[in-house]
Design a protein around this ligand. Structure first.
Ligand code: SAM
Ligand code: SF4
Length: 329
C-alpha cells in the first residue's frame, strides 16, 4: 500500500467533507420531518480544523475536495472555508453538493473563493412536486434561481442529482433526460438507498437505474460517454448531439465500489472510508490534542472495505445511519 492507495489498490484522491448535519429542507428520502438530534456546536469541526485535516491528506495524494452536508450553504461564510482549502498545496479541485436554495446569494463569492463545480439536487421539474418532496414551501423557485446563478458565475460542470422515487417523479424521467439536449447539464439518476428513517419509502418506491435508462431510451438512442470531470461512481450516456449527458448512480442494482476513489469526513470529525458501514475514525479528539493525524488516516485507508453491503428494506447495511445527511451522501 502506497500513500493514499487502499488495501484493494484503489487510489484515494477525493475527500467529501460534510460541514454541517443541518438542512433547510426535509427531503422525503433523506431527513425525517422533525429533523435529527443535531450535533452540538462544539462537536462540529471548525473551518481551521477541516483545513487542518485537508493539509495532512494533501501530501498523501488528496487532490479534490467536495463540501456537502446536510446543506453546506446553511453554515455561515462557507466561502471562507473554500478559500482556506484552495490555499492548501496540492488541492486542485473544489466542488459543492447543494440543494441550491441559498445559492443565488452565495454563488459569486463561492466561485471567487475557488469552487469550480456544483452538484445540485432537483428531483422534479414541477414546482409543487419539488416542494412536496423537499417538504418546504417555495423551494422550487429558490432552486431555479440558484441554478441560474450557477450558470451565470460559470460553475462547470453543473450536475443535477435526481433521486428516483416511484410514484413521485418517475413519470418525469423523459422530461428530465430531454433537458440535456439543450442545456449543458449532466442529469444523474440516483437509486434510492435505505437508511434508518426511510425504510418504507426505499422499499416501496425504489426504481432501478436500469428501468430509468429503458425509459430514457424511449426518447432517443443513447451512446455511452466518458462523463464530466469527477465522474466517480456514475456511468454516463448522451443523446446524439446533446449539450449535456445523462448519468446513472447505481448503489443498489450494480455495485460500483471497485471504482471508489473517496473518503468522507463527517461534520463532527469522523473519517469514514465508506459511505455506509460502521467503520470510522475519530480525528477530532487527536486533532484537538495536537496529535499527528497521518497514522490514523493511513490506518483508516488500510481498512477501507472492499464494498458496501446495502440491503433493501434493512437499516443494517447502512451501519446505523438514520439519514444520508449524517455523512454527506
Ligand atoms: N443537501 C445537499 C444536497 O441535497 O445536494 C447535500 C447533501 S445530500 C445528503 C447529497 C445527495 O444525497 C443528494 O443528491 C441527495 O439527493 C442524495 N440522497 C440523500 N438521501 C438519499 C437516499 N436515501 N438515497 C439516494 N440518494 C440520497
Ligand atoms: Fe437536505 Fe440534501 Fe438531505 Fe434534502 S438531500 S434533506 S437537501 S441534506
Amino acid at each position: 500500500m502506497t500513500a493514499m492507495t487502499d488495501g484493494f489498490g484503489r487510489r484515494i484522491e477525493y475527500l467529501r467533507v460534510s460541514v454541517t448535519d443541518k438542512c433547510n429542507l426535509r427531503c422525503v428520502y433523506c431527513m425525517p420531518l422533525e429533523g435529527l438530534d443535531w450535533l452540538r456546536r462544539d462537536e462540529i469541526l471548525t473551518y481551521e480544523e477541516i483545513a487542518g485535516v485537508v493539509s495532512v491528506m494533501a501530501p498523501l495524494g488528496l487532490r479534490k475536495v467536495r463540501f456537502t452536508g446536510g446543506e453546506p450553504l446553511v453554515r455561515r461564510d462557507l466561502a471562507e472555508l473554500v478559500r482556506m482549502t484552495a490555499a492548501v498545496d496540492g488541492i486542485e479541485d473544489i466542488s459543492l453538493s447543494t440543494n441550491a436554495v441559498l445559492l443565488e446569494a452565495q454563488a459569486d463569492e463561492l466561485r471567487e473563493a475557488g469552487v469550480n463545480r456544483v452538484n445540485i439536487s432537483l428531483d422534479s421539474l414541477q414546482p409543487e412536486r419539488v416542494d412536496a418532496i423537499a417538504r418546504r414551501p417555495d423551494s422550487f423557485q429558490k432552486i431555479m434561481a440558484g441554478l441560474d446563478a450557477a450558470e451565470r458565475v460559470g460553475f462547470d460542470p453543473i450536475k443535477i442529482n435526481v433521486v428516483l422515487i416511484r410514484g413521485q417523479n418517475d413519470d418525469e424521467i423523459h422530461e428530465l433526460a430531454r433537458i440535456t439536449r439543450e442545456r449543458p447539464w449532466h442529469v444523474r439518476f440516483i437509486e434510492l438507498m435505505p437508511t434508518g428513517s426511510n425504510l418504507d419509502l426505499s422499499r416501496d418506491a425504489y426504481l432501478s437505474c436500469t428501468e430509468a435508462l429503458e425509459r430514457v431510451r424511449e426518447v432517443d438512442a443513447l451512446e455511452p460517454v466518458g462523463g464530466p470531470t469527477g465522474n466517480g461512481p456514475a456511468a454516463y450516456y448522451r443523446f446524439p448531439g446533446a449539450a449535456g449527458s445523462i448519468g446513472v448512480i447505481t448503489p443498489m442494482s450494480h455495485n460500483f465500489c471497485d471504482r471508489c476513489n473517496r473518503m468522507r469526513l463527517t461534520a463532527d470529525g469522523h473519517l469514514r472510508p465508506c459511505l455506509f458501514g460502521d467503520i470510522q475514525t475519530n480525528l477530532r479528539e487527536p486533532l484537538r490534542a495536537g496529535e499527528d493525524l497521518r497514522p490514523l488516516i493511513e490506518e483508516t485507508l488500510r481498512i477501507k472495505p472492499e464494498r458496501h453491503d446495502l440491503v433493501q428494506g434493512s437499516a443494517s447495511g447502512s451501519g446505523g445511519l438514520v439519514a444520508l445527511s449524517q455523512t454527506g451522501g
